[in-house]
Design a protein around this ligand. Structure first.
Ligand code: PGA
Length: 261
């Protein structure tokens, strides 16, 4: 099944979060063909969980959490706390966290370990900055980020992790849309080395692509071999747009060879 998800980043009030859920419930049947997820800001996780009817197949995530189970870490929340609020997924190592909040591969690895220990699905985000791409070193860069991110969990726990490849140069308002042929070698490497049907006996659950995805480029990006789904920012914050992306994902899943999963 194709994964289609969005992180709202630092957006949406409680009222806006509930309105999004209501819009999704109104289009409920669209969700059947995909593995859909929404990642609200921490303040709205519980509101989304409470608003969502239990039979609507939507995963809820958090955008970050600390690796320690509790303690004197002002401003942080633990994996257990986001799980308690209703998250089953947790985004780890997004490039904005790495760039603006000093996250490193070491803290990412600690968080992946803590997420797995808490029974959450880590959504491990990786991707090269523009300079690394210009130097032609993106394959090694991204492989290194994934290896280090997974370094603290046992191989047999890798199936609990989802990896999202999001080149930094393709993310956000200043980003440039990636073309399928630009991401294909990285997706092929991720799929082969870490993916669910890859060379290693213990693959991750899915490898997603993210960065300036929208309804116009989604089908082509999903067509890149090794791509199990899409992780979307801006283009999915409007619920009608999210539903449209879900429909595109369902069509791609129905057509693709990975449908069996
Ligand atoms: P964008 O964000 O789709 O707005 O580029 C993607 C992301 O940060 O995951």
């Amino acid at each position: 099944m194709t994964w289609i998800g969005t992180s709202w980043k630092m957006n949406k009030t409680l009222a806006e979060a509930r309105a999004f859920v209501d819009g999704l419930v109104a289009a409920r049947s669209a969700l059947d063909g995909v593995r859909a997820f929404v990642i609200p800001p921490h303040t709205a996780i519980a509101a989304v969980r409470e608003r969502l009817p239990s039979d609507v197949p939507l995963l809820i995530g958090a955008q970050n959490a600390h690796w320690a189970p509790a303690g004197a870490y002002t401003g942080e929340v633990s994996m257990g706390m986001i799980a308690d609020a209703g998250a089953t997924l947790v985004e780890i190592g997004h490039s904005e966290r790495r760039e603006c909040f000093g996250e490193t591969d070491d803290t990412v690895a600690l968080k992946v370990e803590a997420a797995v220990a808490a029974g959450l699905t880590p959504l491990l985000c990786v991707g090269e900055p523009a300079g690394v791409r210009a130097a032609g070193e993106e394959i090694d860069w991204v492989a290194g980020q994934v290896s280090r991110g997974l370094s603290r969990i046992a191989a047999h726990d890798r199936h609990r992790v989802v990896v999202a490849y999001e080149p930094v140069w393709a993310i956000g308002d200043l980003g440039r849309e990636a073309l399928p042929h630009e991401i294909a070698p990285v997706m092929a490497m991720l799929s082969a080395r870490f993916g669910p049907d890859g060379e290693a006996p213990f693959g991750v659950a899915a490898v997603l692509y993210g960065g300036s995805v929208n309804r116009l480029n989604a089908a082509a990006l999903l067509g890149v071999p090794g791509t199990d789904g899409l992780f979307v920012g801006r283009a999915a914050w409007d619920v009608a747009e999210f539903v449209e992306l879900v429909r595109i994902g369902a069509r791609a899943g129905a057509a693709g060879p990975r449908d069996a999963r």
